[in-house]
Design a protein around this ligand. Sequence first.
Ligand code: GLN
Length: 283
Amino acid sequence: MTVRDVLNEGSGRLNEADIETARLDSSLLLCHCLKMTREKLYASFPDEVPGEALNMFRKLIGMRLDHHPVAYLTGSKEFFGLPFRVEEGVLCPRPDTELLVETALSLTEADHSLKDVLDLCTGTGCIAVSLKNTDPTLNVSASDISSVAEKVFSINNCTLADGSIKFTKSSLFEKIEGTFDIIVTNPPYLTTGETDERMDEGWKEPALALDGGEDGLDLIRMIIGAAPGYLNEGGYLLIEAHPAQMESMKVCMERAGFEDIVVLKDLPGLDRVIRGRKGPVDV
Ligand code: GLN
């Protein structure tokens, strides 16, 4: 079978299972099996696919049909233009989260005194590593409660940020020391109901990275409450969440003393990131 035939077979099977990104997924998996880029794949349409690669591809398509994310099957995912290592047990980086990186960079570009950044619940490290990779003058720290995240983070830290990011294994702020100019976080923010639904559907990502409690805001409330203690005066807190959660988060941030609260939209136009600034400390 040719590359074109194999690609079509894969996308056809994924399409039948209503996987929206059937064609993309099929091409990413085939690239992985043939160890080639997507450009090379399209240029190789008439070539024969070796039997071993075909067997591997069919096995991976089967796993994709069983809800394994493509990033777990290929072991990598592109985020902010960088190739991140991804393994089962961590959240796969999502394009929506690039908004957090862009928002943090727009702050550090506008004010060069903002240097110390903490990425809480870092997972693969996609936010922390993208920040450090883009602006090596930043002092970036990262933390996560999960041991798998610690391991995957350290791979990405080494390959994409020269191992320069300090990692602390910590439940939210528990083991964090010092204060920062920017705290950025993509914490678990699905409701327990939504998380359970995904698990019932066979979702393979860890509930630990998704489940934010009854209304999805359990961890976010803790983060907002504690963040002022870890921010320098005038420092920023940036949180990703679901568009429907922004209003409650705004109220919560106002109560915690945050000022200049702004909600930012992701590429599809959805409210995705909230940003607040720590006001002057009362004396
Ligand atoms: N945006 C993710 C999703 O909908 C959730 C990520 C998270 O909880 N941090 O799958």
